[in-house]
Design a protein around this ligand. Structure first.
Ligand SMILES: Nc1ncnc2c1ncn2[C@@H]1O[C@H](COP(=O)(O)OP(=O)(O)O)[C@@H](O)[C@H]1O
Ligand SMILES: [Mg+2]
Length: 339
């Protein structure tokens, strides 16, 4: 698991990027090599800046970053809506510049914001997209109905999309993205602006599609919590640059290693102030604080035994020794702050 991790260590922070070139490219749904897009008169806005990443077939991959990080720009380049200034990429084995038509056939995209023909009904909208993909009339209607059922909109089939709520629009956008039965699905902020229940429904739909149909999913989000639940791996980007990539757990471990951990201790036999005195001299302890009955110790990973020993030597008994759970959103902010 750790092996997949590139990033915060050594090279990444210096700006060099390694990629796993040993990877069998047949197993990749998406590969990006030094991809860049610049905007502005003098190309001074580096919206996407030498991005490297690989997504395996069958993965749900989360692309996480704050607003303006370059998520949408990257996705647009991957489906041929924007031409890169530098670098290259492949989606479903096709070149993102030279083989855009093949990519369109193989992919679906839920854009943010999603635009439909709002005075057409859900069914009419999907018919329009089905025709663009030259889906035969015979299979078309059935597919439209099945898709609308899948996303929980069977009841709204003959309603105009203009009257849809945000949650309904997102789910309808998902149905539209699936009209050509894509092998790779791009979802730009699929749950932004929806209520928690609607967001959960969307996440469940994404998981089902991935599990039952084997669709590779590349989704963007500005919330770490959101991707934690459904993604196999994530990439964190800010200001167009890749900051970290790997399974959520591995990124968590990496931050623990770098930032240290916070232990929460309860101690019997001696006052907390005495315990504090006993461990304050230990090398690597960054901060100590007494909060009611708890002694908070900000230490390096792996200093547990050393701390317990010092307290024991001072005559204390540790009755509780916990590592504070790292909040993912905080972790995410930490990673991007350091850039
Ligand atoms: N068409 C454009 N013209 C000029 N600047 C743009 C354009 N599209 C995006 N940008 C800029 O590029 C950066 C990345 O934007 P975007 O990809 O939309 O980020 P995200 O989707 O992560 O919020 C931002 O600074 C944004 O203002
Ligand atoms: Mg965006």
């Amino acid at each position: 698991m750790k092996m997949e991790l590139m990033s915060m260590e050594a090279g990444q922070y210096e700006g060099t990027q390694k990629i796993g070139l040993e990877q069998n490219t047949d197993e990749l749904a998406i590969e990006i090599l030094n991809l860049s897009k610049f905007f502005g008169k003098d190309k001074e806005i580096r919206a996407v800046d030498s991005l490297n990443l690989q997504v395996k077939k069958g993965e749900i991959f989360g692309f996480v970053g704050p607003n303006g990080a370059g998520k949408t720009t990257t996705m647009k380049m991957l489906i041929g809506l924007l031409e890169p200034d530098e670098g290259s990429g492949k989606v479903a084995g096709f070149d993102i510049v030279r083989e855009v038509i093949n990519i369109r056939e193989q992919t679906g995209m839920l854009p943010e914001p999603a635009g439909f023909y709002d005075n057409l009904t859900a069914r009419q909208n999907l018919r329009f997209y089905a025709k663009l993909y030259r889906i035969e009339a015979g299979t078309r209607e059935k597919r439209i109905e099945t898709l609308l059922e899948t996303v929980g909109l069977a009841h709204a089939m003959d309603q105009k999309t203009g009257g849809f709520s945000t949650g309904m629009r997102k789910r309808f956008g998902l149905a539209q993205a699936l009209i050509n039965e894509p092998s790779v699905l791009f979802l730009d902020e699929p749950t932004s602006g929806i209520d928690p229940l609607g967001a959960q429904m969307m996440r469940d739909l994404i998981k089902d599609l991935n599990k039952n149909k084997g669709v590779t999913v590349f989704l963007s989000s500005h919330s770490m919590e959101e991707v934690e639940e459904i993604c196999d791996r994530i990439a964190i980007i800010a200001k167009g640059r890749l900051l970290a990539m790997g399974p959520v757990e591995a990124i968590r471990d990496m931050v623990r290693e770098k930032e240290g951990v916070k232990y929460l201790l309860e101690i019997q036999e001696i006052p907390l102030s005495k315990a504090l005195e006993a461990i304050k001299g230990i090398k690597g302890i960054q901060a100590l604080e007494i909060q009611g009955k708890i002694l908070q110790v900000h230490a390096k990973v792996g200093q547990r035994t050393e701390i317990a020993k010092a307290i024991k030597e001072a005559g204390g008994t540790v009755s509780r020794f916990e590592e504070e759970e790292m909040n993912l959103q905080k972790l995410f902010l930490k990673v991007i702050e350091e850039k």
